[in-house]
Design a protein. Sequence first.
Length: 199
Amino acid sequence: MKLYYAPAACSLGPHIAIREAGLDATLNKVSFGKERTTEDGRNFYDINPQGAVPTLELDSGEVLTEAQVLLQYIAAQKPEAKLAITEGPDRWRFLEALNFIATELHKGTSPLFRNPSDEAKAATRANLVNRYKLLEQKLGDKDYLLGQFTVADAYAFVVLNWARRFEIPVSASLNAYFERIRARPAVQQALKEEGLPTS
Ligand SMILES: N[C@@H](CCC(=O)N[C@@H](CS)C(=O)NCC(=O)O)C(=O)O
């Protein structure tokens, strides 16, 4: 499989998941200039008409999109790595966490990347402060959102990294959670491969 990514974008979640699962995958960096071009010189819109990362090209040639679907797809390729919860009551908590991160935190942060007006920025930040309190409640006193590490934590790591970038205040427990994830060897590998700081 081939993952189209941009450094520190939401594609970092599936990238971490690939490394956690120990899957064989190649990376292809997308340039987000006026044109969207892949590392190997193709027009990215020909691969994904939405022009967004993450985009996963399967070995069959099929193209899969949407971060939380890619995370589940990757986890399903290596069930023994237990990166998803697929049975029991926690299955629904797992899906709830993924959707919360996608719709409240990921898309809740997106406006800040578009250089919004001061008013829009303040409203976005206030909403995120509230949403990170909810994430803190979901984490509780556990090491990871579902107790064990899953791809939901890989996704949470990405948005918490953005929270740092945009100086959204989060609790000490969420900061410790971020550091716990960052210390994982697979996360360190993914950060290095994207040319990002590892500490
Ligand atoms: N619905 C997509 C959205 C992905 C998305 O927002 N990707 C961002 C990077 S984090 C992107 O590529 N933005 C460029 C654009 O949409 O034009 C998903 O959940 O995967």
